[in-house]
Design a protein around this ligand. Structure first.
Ligand SMILES: [Zn+2]
Length: 410
C-alpha cells in the first residue's frame, strides 16, 4: 500500500470541532419564524427557559443545575441588616431620580463602584434609587464564567473542558459581538481548538429597543447569520468534523402593556421602604420582604386587588426550581403576564419595546436549540450543559455537583 500523500496526511491530522454559540434572547419563536440558519442547523427544537432573567438562565446553562441549586436568581436582594455593600450610597439619595436613572450616569457609576467593591461579575446599578440601595445586596459579585464564580459552588463547564486536556476557548462576555466573533475566527483559522464557546448579546439589545420585528432587528439577525455561516465555511476547511450548536437563554415578548404599579404602590401603601418593607422592582416582577406584619397584610390585600399581574405561588416557585427556604430572593413575588412591563421599575425608567422574564412555560419565553450534530437535544436550559460536557469526553453521569448551596452574600 502506498504511503499517504501530503494532502491525505493533512486531512488525517485535522481535528473535530464543537462550537457552542450562545445568542442572547434568540427565542424559539424568533428562530423558527426567521428560519434562522435552518439549512445549516437542521436539527432544532424549543428549549424551555428558567424563571428569571439572564442572571438566572446563564448560570443554569454553565452548570447544568437549576436556580435552587446554583443559587443565582435576580441581581438585587434584601441585605442582611446593616450589611449592604451600598450602605454609604444612601447619602446620594437627594439627587433627582431622573439624573441618577439616566443610562450613562448609571453605567459609569456602576463601573466605578464595581471597581471599588472588587466585583468581577456583571454589575449594573440599573435604575435602583440611591435611597433603596442601602437596604440591598448584589448577588453576581464574581464572574460566573471563572472558577469560584457560582454561588452554589458548582463548576462552570469550562473547568471540565480544562481538565479534558482538549484545546478550548471561550468569548469574553465583556467584549462586543464583533470582537468575540473575530476572536473565534482567528482560533478556527489555526484549526487547533476542539471546544469553543462564542458569546453574542446583540439580538437581546436590539429586541429590547425595537421589539421582535422591524428593519433594525432583521438587519441584526441577518448579520449574525452571515457571521455564523462564515465561521462554518472556515471551520469545514480546517476541521475533519464540524459540529455547530446555536442556543439561547430565553425568548422575547413584544411589549403591549405598561404598568405604573411601582409609583402607585409608593403613593397608596403606608409602609416605609427600609423600615417596614424592602422591595425590588425588576422589569416584569416585583419582590418584597416585610419587617412589619401590618405592612405585610396591607400589601398582600393591595397586591391581590391589582389587575395587571398576579402573586406567584410557592407551588409555582418550587416547580420552576426557584424556591429558596430562606426567602433570599423575596418573600412575595408579583409577576406580570408576557407582554407587560413595569415602567418605571428599578431596572429602567421608561418603556422598552421588548422584554423577557415571564412564566417560563409560556411559548414566548422558550429558548432554542439548533444544531447540525447527532448529539442529544436538550429540552430545558440545564440540559445544554450535558451536551457541552459530552463534547469534552466526560460522560454526563459524572457531573461534579456542589455539596450544598452556600449563602455567598455579604
Ligand atoms: Zn435582555
Amino acid at each position: 500500500m502506498a504511503p499517504p500523500c501530503r494532502e491525505e496526511l493533512n486531512l488525517m491530522s485535522r481535528k473535530e470541532l464543537d462550537l457552542f454559540i450562545f445568542v442572547d434572547a434568540l427565542g424559539w419563536k424568533q428562530a423558527s419564524a426567521r428560519n434562522f440558519l435552518v439549512d445549516l442547523l437542521p436539527r432544532r427544537q424549543p428549549c424551555e427557559t428558567v424563571f428569571g432573567y439572564s442572571s438566572t438562565c446563564d448560570p443554569t446553562i454553565l452548570t447544568g443545575v437549576m436556580p435552587d441549586e446554583h443559587g443565582h436568581f435576580s441581581c438585587f436582594v434584601k441585605a442582611t441588616d446593616g450589611a449592604s455593600p451600598f450602605r454609604k450610597l444612601g447619602a446620594l439619595s437627594f439627587l433627582p431620580q431622573r439624573l441618577v436613572g439616566y443610562h450613562r450616569v448609571r453605567h459609569y457609576a456602576s463601573r466605578a463602584l464595581a471597581k471599588v467593591l472588587g466585583y468581577s461579575g456583571y454589575f449594573q446599578l440599573y435604575g435602583v434609587p440611591f435611597g433603596a440601595l442601602p437596604y440591598l445586596d448584589y448577588t453576581e459579585k464574581l464572574d460566573i464564567y471563572e472558577a469560584g464564580g457560582i454561588l452554589g459552588g458548582q463548576e462552570a463547564i469550562f473547568r471540565h473542558w480544562e481538565r479534558s486536556g482538549k484545546a478550548w476557548t471561550r468569548s469574553d462576555w465583556r467584549a462586543g459581538d464583533d470582537a468575540n466573533i473575530a476572536a473565534i475566527r482567528s482560533e478556527l483559522e489555526k484549526g487547533d481548538v476542539e471546544l469553543a464557546y462564542l458569546f453574542t448579546a446583540k439580538p437581546d439589545a436590539l429586541m429590547h429597543r425595537h421589539g421582535t420585528c422591524g428593519a433594525e432587528v432583521d438587519a441584526g439577525f441577518g448579520k449574525l447569520e452571515r457571521d455564523i455561516r462564515d465561521l462554518h465555511h472556515l471551520a469545514v476547511k480546517r476541521y475533519a468534523t464540524v459540529r455547530f450548536h446555536v442556543f439561547s437563554d430565553h425568548g422575547m415578548s413584544d411589549t403591549i402593556e405598561v404598568s405604573d404599579m411601582m409609583p402607585r404602590w409608593q403613593r397608596e401603601l403606608r409602609g416605609k421602604y427600609g423600615r417596614d418593607y424592602v422591595a425590588v422592582w425588576d422589569s416584569t416582577m416585583a419582590r418584597f420582604w416585610f419587617n412589619d406584619e401590618t405592612c405585610r397584610s396591607e400589601a398582600m390585600d393591595w397586591l391581590r386587588a391589582q389587575a395587571e399581574g398576579r402573586i406567584v405561588s410557592e407551588e409555582e416557585l418550587r416547580r420552576w426550581r426557584c424556591w429558596f427556604d430562606d426567602a433570599r430572593y423575596g418573600e412575595v413575588f408579583y409577576l406580570l403576564p408576557p407582554g407587560s412591563l413595569f415602567a418605571p421599575s428599578h431596572m429602567c425608567q421608561g418603556y422598552v419595546a421588548g422584554m423577557h422574564g415571564y412564566e417560563p412555560e409560556h411559548e414566548d419565553c422558550d429558548a432554542c436549540w439548533l444544531t447540525n450534530a447527532e448529539s442529544r437535544m436538550p429540552t430545558r436550559l440545564d440540559g445544554i450543559f450535558r451536551v457541552m460536557l459530552e463534547a469534552c469526553g466526560e460522560p454526563s453521569g459524572r457531573v461534579v455537583t456542589a455539596t450544598r448551596l452556600e449563602n455567598a452574600l455579604s
